[in-house]
Design a binder for this molecule. Structure first.
Ligand code: HEC
Length: 231
């Protein structure tokens, strides 16, 4: 018994020494760090330019850092992913040229279904942003037309009766003649919504027939123009 405690004595003394050597008088000093890696792990911060500094491109340690994953800028031309609204997140493919206008009129269709709810939303936008020029019924007789500031606004149910939705969308995006672009005020969905209401105005303000769920039903007498807009 006695001999064993004698053997342990140097070990205890050594441990005590090591523990005490961690104590220092400076209260701000961490003291002796036995395993600094445990206190200071290599924390990768988001938005830190690990090894991407061109100045340090020749440095071996920077080359190694370049392999560390960190948040990077998205590739040029990346589109923010909107899982709920993919159809409204794509860039507009037609250029602001007469050929672009023609192509949009021929090819572009609305991603929205014609429903009572969409038409109502579109009407709200129209009333707020378009009546001052186009007039409540879309006859081109809004206040700015009547007081002579903007002249020659065509009527939806007259000259523009058969205007395809692709042309409407193109005009809302880029503007045309005295009508400015509305792309900064109306996002893609809003532009298609207001077009749902213009289709009603093209039809003299007459709403389509709806089923119980509020979806427009194609009547046998529906005009060819209206059919093309629904697919
Ligand atoms: C400042 C007055 C003004 C406002 C506001 C305005 N428009 Fe127009 N809009 C015009 C004029 C002028 C034209 C005729 C453009 C031309 O053909 O030169 C026009 C033409 C159009 C056309 C026919 C485009 C084509 O391709 O021929 C559509 C569709 C249209 N507007 C929709 C709208 C909608 C929807 C709004 C509201 C979001 C709106 N406009 C707001 C003045 C206006």
């Amino acid at each position: 018994m006695k001999t064993r405690s004698k053997q342990l004595l140097p070990i205890a003394a050594l441990t005590g020494l090591v523990v005490l050597s961690g104590c220092v008088t400076d209260p701000n000093s961490p003291g002796l760090e036995y395993m600094p890696d445990m206190y200071r792990s290599a924390a990768i911060e988001a938005y830190v330019d690990y090894g991407m500094d061109e100045y340090a491109f020749g440095w071996a340690e920077q080359a190694e850092q370049r392999l560390i994953q960190s948040a990077r800028k998205p590739v040029k031309g990346s589109i923010a992913f909107q899982p709920d609204a993919k159809e409204f997140a794509m860039p507009y493919p037609y250029p602001n040229t007469p050929a672009g206008y023609e192509a949009a009129g021929r090819e572009l269709t609305s991603p929205l279904a014609t429903t009572k709810a969409h038409i109502e939303e579109g009407k709200a936008i129209y009333t707020q942003m378009c009546t001052q020029c186009h007039g409540e019924k879309g006859e081109g007789d809004g206040a700015l037309s009547r007081n002579g500031h903007i002249q020659g606004i065509p009527s939806y149910s007259g000259k523009l009766k058969d205007l395809p939705v692709g042309n409407m969308y193109h005009t809302l995006t880029y503007g045309k003649g005295l009508m400015g672009s509305h792309a900064s005020q109306l996002d893609q969905r809003d532009r298609w919504l207001v077009i749902e209401y213009i289709k009603v105005l093209q039809n003299g303000g007459e709403l389509p027939e709806f089923d119980e769920a509020g979806n427009a039903v194609e009547s046998a007498s529906a005009e060819a123009g209206a059919t093309a807009m629904n697919d």
